[in-house]
Unconditional design. Sequence first.
Length: 236
Amino acid sequence: MTPARHGSASIEQPDYWWYRARADLLHAALGSYLGTPTRVLDVGSADGPSVAWMRGVHDRFTIDVDPRGLVAGEGVCGSALALPFADESFDVVAAFDVLEHCEPEETAMSELVRVLRPGGRLLMSVPAYAWAWTDHDIRAGHHRRYTRRRLVSAVERGDLEVLRATYGFGGVFPFFVAERALRLLRQRVGAAPQRLTPVSSTLERLLLVLAGAERRVLGHRDLPFGSSVFLAAVKP
């Protein structure tokens, strides 16, 4: 896991609509797999807006390469490629929008599995579709984007059993496609890259309404498309 070129955008703009929506969508899709753990590890936890729902009475440990989002006494600055924790230390390991930053992928997966106890759950999200690659991915420090099948394959190679794998952000998918097309157009004409695409207050409200409707669907049904992939797996 290498630092993004300009740090985590979620730290700089945590109230951006996408981060607010992702927190709710992750909770809807993966919250039931959290269970009642004793120890939880949140990898890539500088991305704080997405994981508030994971807090509880359990011990929670965090790690990120960007120290700005870490809480003193709770967070460790470090890499997913070499987690500074003992084998089989955690009941739940979360890695939300982390694996795409890691090269080699196999090393990161091996580390996530290593620190997970037998019967423990791995909760993940990654960005979807190689065709959606733009300057945003380069600036964010991504190495790849995923399909559901590719993420499932990576997790199963780590000897985990996939419990759920679904796309997310399907409700706002037309906006995502349009935003990617606009980014590619701006690249071609040599315009300065944008970190986060600005949206009007009216469009923001619409996007959050659509994400709210999707949240209710994700509670009981997988989505066939979307700009993210959400996954839960268990270690036998």
